[in-house]
Design a protein around this ligand. Structure first.
Ligand code: 13P
Length: 250
């Protein structure tokens, strides 16, 4: 049985005091919760806060992006070894906002994925189609192409130490959640595609759903056979919402 994983993606939100209050609430409600993995991914300046606040708890933590380069003249970038220095567990790669707003190509995302794994970080690889792509009937081609870039570069076995997050772009931050059936169909496609290359890797692969997950729809989404938890944006900033979502996965 795959263990579900719920990860919060705070995106560019938060502040020391705000984070502290949120983390206190999460720790008191979620520490000791059995049956699901839990993590929060914060902006870089707050990783030290996560490191100290979440040490020795059941909540892991991660970053939202990382450089594909090991070191050098890359002003403003952060390397995988720097994240590892802090005891970071996860790093999101290929979030749709990175792809669309910062021009990250499938190839760049694959390089980040490999750099993360080489440093011992667990990449959360985001894939997903835009509304135009869904309406154009090319969802599977798009998601397949995004996966292929990583599989070709890193090999299918690399997915044994990674998480995939299916995040339809049209559902992110819009309040428009994919129906459980729509999400399940794409998750099944992803697992089936990987299964064609390595069944054991596919069976063990945690595939999260992301896009307007909230307390009210989490349980139904997570009850789908191929939905192994969620990557949560807006609702991860609200303690009661995130706590309820984690409990729905556990
Ligand atoms: P929302 O939950 O705010 O739709 O964001 C999803 C997301 O992008 C998580 O990475």
């Amino acid at each position: 049985m795959r263990r579900k994983l719920v990860a919060g993606n705070w995106k560019m939100h938060g502040g020391l005091a705000e984070n502290q209050a949120l983390l206190e609430a999460l720790k008191s409600a979620l520490n000791g919760l059995q049956g699901a993995g839990m993590a929060v991914c914060a902006p870089y300046p707050y990783l030290a806060q996560l490191q100290s606040e979440l040490a020795a708890t059941d909540l892991a933590w991660g970053a939202q992006n990382v450089s594909e380069h090991a070191k050098g003249a890359f002003t403003g970038e952060v390397s995988t070894s720097m994240l590892k220095d802090f005891g970071c567990t996860y790093v999101i790669v290929g979030h749709s906002e990175r792809r669309s707003l910062y021009g990250e190509s499938d190839e760049t995302v694959a390089k980040k994925f490999m750099a993360a794994q080489a440093a011992g970080l667990i990449p959360i690889l985001c894939v997903g189609e835009t509304l135009a792509e869904r309406e154009g009937g090319v969802t599977e081609q798009v998601v397949g192409r995004q996966l292929d870039a990583v599989v070709h570069a890193a090999g299918v076995d690399a997915l044994a130490k990674a998480v995939v997050a299916y995040e339809p772009v049209w559902a992110i931050g819009t309040g428009k959640t994919a129906t459980p059936e729509q999400a399940q169909a794409v998750h099944a496609y992803i697992r089936g595609k990987i299964s064609g290359l390595n069944k054991a890797v596919a069976d063990g692969l945690v595939i999260q759903y992301g896009g307007s997950v909230k307390a009210a729809n989490a349980a139904e989404l997570f009850s789908q056979p191929d939905i192994d938890g969620g990557l949560i944006g807006g609702a991860s900033l609200i303690a009661d919402e995130f706590i309820a979502i984690c409990k729905a996965a556990a």
